[in-house]
Design a protein around this ligand. Structure first.
Ligand code: ADP
Length: 262
């Protein structure tokens, strides 16, 4: 707490009282800490792939390039690590755009059936690589007035996570239903689940239950922070239920904001 005080005098110049202003700066201090943490996290996340890219490039230049097998192996690593950097930078730019006050949603009438139809081919490709079955059950005729591209990103991020954190031969299910003035999107998997004490933290930037696992699956640690932001700028809500080794279910509620129905 910061205290600022000033005396008050009467018209004859005699002390009459004083004003004390008490500022609660814990909030500011916390913001400052969060900002510092964020910079430290970003630096660390950028440093890891760059160290590896530089290390393998140097090894190649120092002679390993003459061995075909090392050449292939090291170039693959360099390529993968560059992809990771690219993803991280894209996610950081998305987050920073979403956090800007002047950020504007581009709202149109979004037909959920069409939207999911565009998402599934992308997701299926990823799921097939891991032999995971993805099923989708979208109630007919659901439209909402929202930023379609952003909503797409929410669903893609949730489905990608569901696939990444589910062992081979697992199942991922997406449902979209009308619920009064809201739509209810549900993404569930029968994967590794999330420990109870980690649940309140998974929407934080860079928080991961298992860093090594998340890196292996190509995660940046920013996916759910982006999801939460998009849901909140649409005045929606997100929650999760999960049981370790049983699976997770993410629930997203979005207002339809349908000009026709109001
Ligand atoms: P990441 O890029 O690491 O996946 P996210 O922000 O998308 O980052 O998710 C944060 C963390 O939440 C993940 O690292 C993982 O530990 C956990 N998580 C997210 N989705 C799931 C899921 N469907 N099943 C189990 N754990 C999950």
């Amino acid at each position: 707490i910061e205290i600022i005080g000033a005396p008050i005098f009467n018209e004859r110049g005699m002390l009459k009282g004083a004003v004390l202003l008490l500022y609660d700066i814990t909030h500011l201090k916390r913001l400052e800490l969060m900002r510092k943490d964020f910079v430290a996290n970003v630096s660390h996340e950028l440093k890891t792939p760059i160290t590896s890219i530089k290390g393998f490039a140097e090894t190649l230049l120092n002679g390993a390039k003459n061995d075909q097998e090392s050449l292939d192996r090291f170039l693959t690593i360099i390529n993968d690590e560059s992809t990771r950097l690219q993803g991280l930078i894209e996610d950081l730019l998305t987050l920073s755009k979403l956090e800007k006050d002047e950020f504007k949603l581009i709202r149109t009438v979004v037909d959920m059936n069409l939207l999911i139809g565009e998402i599934l081919p992308v997701i299926d490709q990823r799921a097939n690589q891991r032999e995971i079955t993805v099923t989708a059950d979208v109630q007919d005729g659901i439209t909402l007035h929202a930023d379609g591209e952003r909503i797409k990103q929410v669903i893609i991020n949730l489905l990608t996570n569901a696939i990444s954190y589910t062992p081979e031969n697992g199942e991922v299910n997406l449902t979209v239903n009308n619920e009064g003035e809201m739509i209810h999107i549900q993404v569930s998997d029968n994967g590794i689940g999330i420990p109870e004490k980690a649940i309140p933290r998974i929407f934080e930037r860079f928080y991961r239950v298992d860093k090594a696992r998340s890196r292996n699956t190509g995660g940046t640690g920013l996916g759910l922070a982006i999801v939460k932001h998009i849901v909140e700028v649409h005045d929606g809500k997100i929650s999760v239920e999960s049981e370790p080794d049983q699976g997770s279910t993410f629930h997203v509620y979005l207002p339809k904001n349908d000009p026709a129905s109001s």
